[in-house]
Design a protein. Structure first.
Length: 397
């Protein structure tokens, strides 16, 4: 028998939208007992986002497996007191309210650390817990815009573009998870918990790679290059004779030599315009035109076989319909189905992390709103059935 690495860890998840729920879900995937605490009646905001299946939001389900759900009416002082009671035996609390909201409920960091000095309080927000922008509302798209990532995304002659998914939210959730695990490790040595402060804007800026140093050190402002790699060439998206798009990454000298061989044009490597990385960058349009002319005469599969057969990284730009049938992803159980009591069978991404000694799994389907309220309050607070029913009738739960 194997155990999950975080088995026995207690997590309170007060977060909503993507970044916070993703962090808590990753902890749940690793075996923690994650209790999702939601607003009475309405629940997490994402429960109202389409698409729906049998009345359940697939958007919400993608972020809330391996959790149990309870409801609390935080406008009621007794609900706030119940939360503080749960904190006494919790290891981690994840929240992404606007800074100050938890403090207004008497559940800020200084309040909760007095109740439980071992608590890890993981806080996610748009701009952080302090600073001149801390009170601004912030979402993934705002972080993409303010960080400069939008300015780096899109075609040179077109407008800045948002990415096709909320990747800043996901990155922030992963940063928060990493910091939470680090804090848990530190607690083993010190016996003390700590507060974690993760901001979407900070996470976004962390992905600018050389844009920061290029700007500050050299005064050069990077901008959009479309699908063309800004550091090497040829590395871009091309269209095949079948009308499909494929990405080819052959910017290094060895990879370019292999690509030229696969094209039957080895002489390209001795052309002064393409002889090294710097030369190819200066003449990117010229080498891309040669590759495009070659590819336009080949069906997609033949092109991919020739290029990948030469050891050059390449891939067809896949649609979601192709992704869910990808044999590599299916083999690694990255596209899975779970049985939900209301929605039925729901497809979702699998558990991404693979541990050899402690295999991770989806133990619980995403919970319905308040599905485990009675169960959790009995386990965590030893409340009786009568006490729970009374709190429910009085509008606390």
């Amino acid at each position: 028998m194997t155990t999950s690495p975080l088995q026995g860890l207690r997590v309170l998840d007060l977060s909503r939208f993507i970044a916070g729920p993703h962090c808590a879900m990753l902890l749940g995937d690793m075996g923690a007992d994650v209790i999702k605490i939601e607003k009475k009646g309405a629940g997490d905001d994402s429960r109202h986002f389409p698409p729906f299946q049998n009345g359940e939001s697939l958007y919400s389900m993608a972020l809330n497996r391996n959790k149990r759900s309870i409801t609390l009416n935080f406008r009621d002082k007794r609900a706030q007191e119940l939360l503080r009671e749960m904190v006494k035996t919790a290891d981690v609390l994840v929240e992404n309210f606007r800074p100050g909201i938890m403090e207004n409920m008497g559940c800020g960091w200084e309040d909760l650390r007095k109740i439980n000095p071992r608590l890890i309080m993981t806080r996610l927000s748009g701009f952080g817990q302090n600073g001149p922008y801390s009170q601004r509302p912030g979402f993934d798209g705002i972080a993409q815009a303010m960080s400069g990532l939008m300015e780096l995304t899109g075609n040179p002659d077109g407008p800045p573009m948002l990415a096709g998914t909320f990747y800043i939210d996901y990155m922030s959730g992963m940063y928060a998870t990493t910091a939470t695990l680090a804090a848990l490790h530190a607690r083993e040595k010190t016996g003390r918990g700590q507060m974690i402060d993760v901001a979407l804007l900070d996470s976004a800026v962390s992905m600018l790679t050389t844009a920061v140093s290029t700007q500050v050190n050299q005064g050069i402002t990077l901008t959009r290059t479309g699908n063309r790699d800004r550091y090497s060439s040829p590395a871009n998206v091309f269209k095949t004779g079948s009308g499909d798009f494929i990405l080819i990454l052959s910017g290094t000298n060895p990879l370019f030599k292999r690509l030229a061989g696969a094209m039957g044009q080895p002489e390209l490597t001795t052309d002064p315009r393409f002889a090294d990385v710097g030369s190819r960058l200066k003449n990117a349009s010229a080498i891309e035109a040669i590759i495009q002319e070659w590819l336009s005469m080949l069906p997609t599969e033949q092109a991919l076989e020739a290029i990948s057969g030469a050891g050059v990284p390449c891939a067809k730009v896949a649609s979601p319909a192709e992704v869910v049938r990808n044999p590599q992803l299916l083999h690694r159980k990255q596209i899975v189905e779970v049985e939900h009591p209301t929605a039925g069978r729901v497809a979702m991404s699998g558990v991404t992390m693979q541990l050899s000694e402690n295999p991770l799994s989806i133990r619980r389907p995403p919970p319905s709103l308040g599905e485990h309220t009675g169960e959790v309050l009995r386990e965590w607070l030893a409340l009786s059935k009568e006490q729970i029913e009374s709190l429910d009738k009085e509008g606390v739960l």
